[in-house]
Design a protein around this ligand. Structure first.
Ligand SMILES: Nc1nc2c(ncn2[C@@H]2O[C@H](COP(=O)(O)OP(=O)(O)OP(=O)(O)O)[C@@H](O)[C@H]2O)c(=O)[nH]1
Length: 396
């Protein structure tokens, strides 16, 4: 038969399990994990003190237990705020917890009423649950959506549950609470005790979703420039290749390589070289269309994929890009700016060609641009027409 004691012991065991689960996430260094772990650690003695009612002195099982449990809920709320990078309203929390705890003391040592003690702490817990609901946004990122939705829903339901619990007891201050343990008492008791595991579950889901989203972002993006990575480029290129075949549309590829980049590093230092790479990506993104895709293949080499482009428009983009980059990049170390140029190899997708083959032709065109003097665009010759040379466009 379910009893308040068994609920307390089950919740204590759940807090131990949650603590172990949170410990497994400690290495992630995610904000909020520490506070959620502390909340569950603090909950264990608080729940055991509640369970020891009638065995230990009331001051321990009422005043101390409630004080510690108020701390538990506060830490959970702080964890969510920290995790989401939001400021923690410490003064408001301290005032709310002090008011709730004063209610416990007054309705124990002053005017004895267990229902009013419950109503007092429920008011604070409901405010924290609504606070968590308001703090956790409706996630736009698909990977975060389920975890955020779960937490928001749990927090909202628990907030409403605590309001009902508070009203149920506040409206009849002399209602028998724990004995006999009727269904309503047990149900409201469960809301009080199971809130912590439910919210911790939401916290763990959010932390996991964040780790997965961050890892996947890191795999798909270049750390320095923020441009899509080589891996992301090939995934997208295969997709665009299939689309171009399906729709019989053009697909252009530009391989863009900074000229004499080693010299820039040697002259200005690696830090300025890094700034030049970031500048290159930022300017490229300003030149290309929204449907075009610029990725860093490695080192100082970048790829720009041009879906739905014919040879003439791809060449126009390539030349516009070359000209846009042929201007000094501003940087803090050198107010007059760092001059750099790029060479570009352009290839248009041909029937039956793979992405690897398209890349090879663009790479040969890039090599042609380098050997022809750099700062220029060279178009790859059409396959199967060996007599047609690449078209070098002199820069400047
Ligand atoms: N600052 C910086 N330098 C990098 C990065 N990745 C690669 N490099 C440097 O880029 C330089 C590339 O040099 P090279 O391959 O000789 O090419 P280059 O000097 O641009 O000469 P060309 O391509 O023939 O015009 C090397 O010195 C690399 O150390 C990076 O992330 N940051």
């Amino acid at each position: 038969m379910l009893s308040t004691l068994s609920l307390l012991l089950v919740t204590t065991a759940m807090s131990v399990v949650m603590l172990l689960v949170l410990s497994s996430l400690a290495d992630s260094k995610l904000a909020g994990i520490r506070e959620w772990g502390q909340a569950n650690a603090v909950a264990i003695p608080a729940l055991l003190l509640f369970a020891a009612r009638g065995i230990l002195p009331d001051l321990l099982t009422i005043e101390l237990a409630n004080a510690v449990f108020l701390g538990t809920s506060t830490l959970m709320y702080v964890g969510f705020r920290r995790h989401l990078g939001q400021p923690v309203p410490w003064r408001m929390l301290a005032a709310g917890a002090a008011a709730a705890w004063s209610g416990v003391v007054v309705f124990h040592l002053g005017h004895e009423s267990m229902p009013l003690r419950i109503a007092s702490v429920s008011a604070y817990h409901s405010a924290l649950c609504f606070g968590i609901f308001a703090s956790v946004p409706a996630a736009r990122e698909a990977r975060l959506r389920y975890a955020y939705r779960f937490t928001r829903t749990a927090a909202l339901l628990l907030g409403v549950g605590h309001v009902c619990r508070g009203l149920y007891y506040a409206l009849d201050a002399y209602r028998p609470v724990l004995l006999p343990p009727d269904t309503a008492n047990l149900m409201f008791f469960a809301i009080g005790t199971l809130a912590l595991p439910a919210l911790t579950l939401g916290a763990v889901m959010m932390a996991n979703a964040r780790v997965i989203a961050d890892t996947s972002y890191a795999a798909d993006h270049d750390y320095l420039t923020g441009a899509p990575s080589r891996r992301a480029f090939f995934t997208l290129a295969e997709r665009e290749l299939a689309r171009a075949r399906r729709k019989s549309s053009g697909l252009g590829l530009l391989l863009v390589d900074a000229d004499h980049f080693k010299r820039i590093n040697d002259t200005y230092g690696h830090g300025v070289g890094d700034q030049v790479l970031c500048d290159l990506v930022a300017r490229t993104q300003g030149v290309i269309r929204e449907v075009d895709y610029c990725a860093r293949l490695g080192g100082e080499e970048f790829a720009v994929l041009l879906p739905d482009a014919d040879a003439a428009s791809a060449l126009a983009v390539a030349e516009r890009l070359r000209a846009a980059l042929d201007r000094p990049a501003r940087d803090a170390a050198s107010p007059q700016g760092v001059a750099y140029t790029v060479s570009i190899g352009l290839a248009m997708l041909e029937g039956g060609e793979s992405i690897g083959e398209l890349m090879q032709r663009a790479d040969r065109a890039l090599y042609g641009a380098k050997t022809a003097g750099r700062n220029r665009v060279v178009c790859a010759p059409i396959q199967g027409a060996p007599g047609v040379p690449g078209v070098p466009l002199p820069g400047g």
